[in-house]
Design a protein around this ligand. Structure first.
Ligand code: ATP
Ligand code: MG
Length: 404
């Protein structure tokens, strides 16, 4: 078994299909910044994923890639703590994608909701392609190549992470390696202390006489029989042996922020393709103009009409940007028509402009120093490749492609 602890590894990527927006910031980037000091982080530009939808016209990808890396750095993603890299510079991820395709039933990919939804939304593009169907599997390979246990993304990614978990489970079921049994039995003994000593020797015996195929069943029976360990400890012991014992590729877990589905200017999810975004590092003028033009409660026609915040997209911004006290004031002045909508919007404008000021400033410094940005990516890519190479060696061996 490798020495990587998946619970300490974080993996996440973004597609370079346009400028990043406040949804990316509140939904994902703030989590990246929070996690980077405590975990080993792998953050990548998903340029292959951009090609799955933009293959027909792809000349924007390179520029969008560098803009995005600057956006990350501007929000406080720290290249000293996290590995930043470009997906297409790590061919091991493509190899893993291909290897995993051998064991992935087509029906798993066809049933992903985003597959049909996006095909319908992006009608002008022909998305009846092999690459687009494989989008979630490529994403699974991105995560599993680093044995990432934790994946900070937005709420729209839940189904994709589920596929990654299913694929990892199937892989481990098919190729879980024999030596892991011993390693994990040992770990279980260490955790449970002496009382499991006798059990361990029995497990070992069962393992040597029956081999890996039957060891699991024998272990289960043996553990059940034990009278000197509690039920909880029995479950834990089995967990170590069955769960971790078989995992070459750990099953990742999603990490969602409080704004896992940040709304846009029209109240729908903020998204490049919905055209309802405020970009990161937008100028104060632009922020002001966009918020001032936002629709509000449609029932509030005259200034004297009382408003209802739950019907108003601006209120959704207050839920992200305002503290409880401000929200209470807004609520009161809206429902009793004491404020016009512009007064309410001004608070949001001020909050966004203040939030963006240091991000804009830091972004400018990186924009003026392209060499630095390029070298950050070059170093991150090296480290990412090392990690992915180690995984692929184990994966190839496990799948029977060991030539020594
Ligand atoms: P597109 O419209 O092309 O799908 P997008 O704006 O949705 O673009 P993606 O590149 O698909 O952006 O998303 C990158 C990451 O940001 C994903 O983890 C996604 O879940 C997250 N994300 C995107 N939009 C939001 C949002 N409005 N709120 C929270 N998270 C978001
Ligand atoms: Mg999206």
């Amino acid at each position: 078994m490798s020495s990587v602890d998946p619970q300490r590894r974080v993996v996440s990527g973004m597609r370079p299909t346009g400028r990043l927006h406040l949804g990316h910031y509140h939904g994902v980037l703030k989590n990246w910044v929070r996690l980077q000091h405590e975990y080993e982080c792998f953050f990548f530009v998903a340029d292959w994923h951009a090609l799955t939808t933009d293959y027909g016209k792809s000349d924007h990808i390179a520029k969008a890639t560098w803009d995005m890396v600057v956006d990350w750095l501007a929000t406080g993603v720290n290249p000293g703590s996290a590995n930043l890299f470009i997906q297409s510079r790590v061919p091991e991820q493509a190899e893993l994608h291909m290897l995993l395709s051998m064991i992935t039933p087509l029906s798993w990919l066809e049933r992903v909701p985003a597959y049909k939804d996006h095909q319908a939304e992006l009608k002008e593009k022909d998305l009846a392609t092999y690459g687009f169907l494989g989008y979630p599997l490529l994403q699974a390979a991105d995560i599993l190549a680093y044995r990432g246990g934790l994946v900070p993304v937005g709420a729209d990614q839940v189904a994709h992470i589920e596929i990654a978990r299913d694929v990892a489970r199937r892989f481990n079921h098919l190729y879980g390696s024999e030596t892991d049994f011993e390693a994990n039995a040992e770990m279980a003994i260490r955790k449970l202390g002496k009382k499991a000593g006798r059990l361990y020797s029995e497990l070992r015996q069962a393992y040597t006489s029956h081999g890996d195929a039957n060891a699991l069943l024998t272990a289960q029976a043996l553990i059940k029989e034990q009278s000197n360990i509690t039920l909880g400890d029995k479950e834990r012991l089995m967990g170590y042996i069955v769960g971790m014992g078989k995992s070459i590729l750990p099953e990742p877990q999603i990490i969602l922020s409080d704004a896992a589905k940040m709304p846009g200017l029209d109240g729908a999810k903020m998204s490049k393709s919905n055209g309802n975004t405020i970009s990161l590092r937008a100028s104060p003028d632009k922020i002001e103009k966009k918020i001032r033009n936002m629709p509000t409660d449609p029932a509030r026609i005259r200034l004297t009409d009382p408003g209802e915040p739950t019907r108003c997209p601006v209120w959704q911004f207050h839920e992200v940007y305002s503290d409880e006290k401000i929200r209470a004031t807004v609520q009161k002045n809206c429902t009793n028509a004491a404020w016009g909508c512009l007064e309410c919007k001004q608070l949001v404008i001020d909050a966004i402009v203040a939030e963006q000021a240091p991000i804009r400033e830091r972004g400018k410094q990186y924009e003026e120093n392209t060499d630095l940005v390029h070298s950050i990516i070059a170093e991150g890519t090296e480290r990412a490749r090392d990690a992915a190479r180690a995984t692929l060696e184990e994966v190839r061996d496990a799948m029977g492609l060991a030539y020594r």
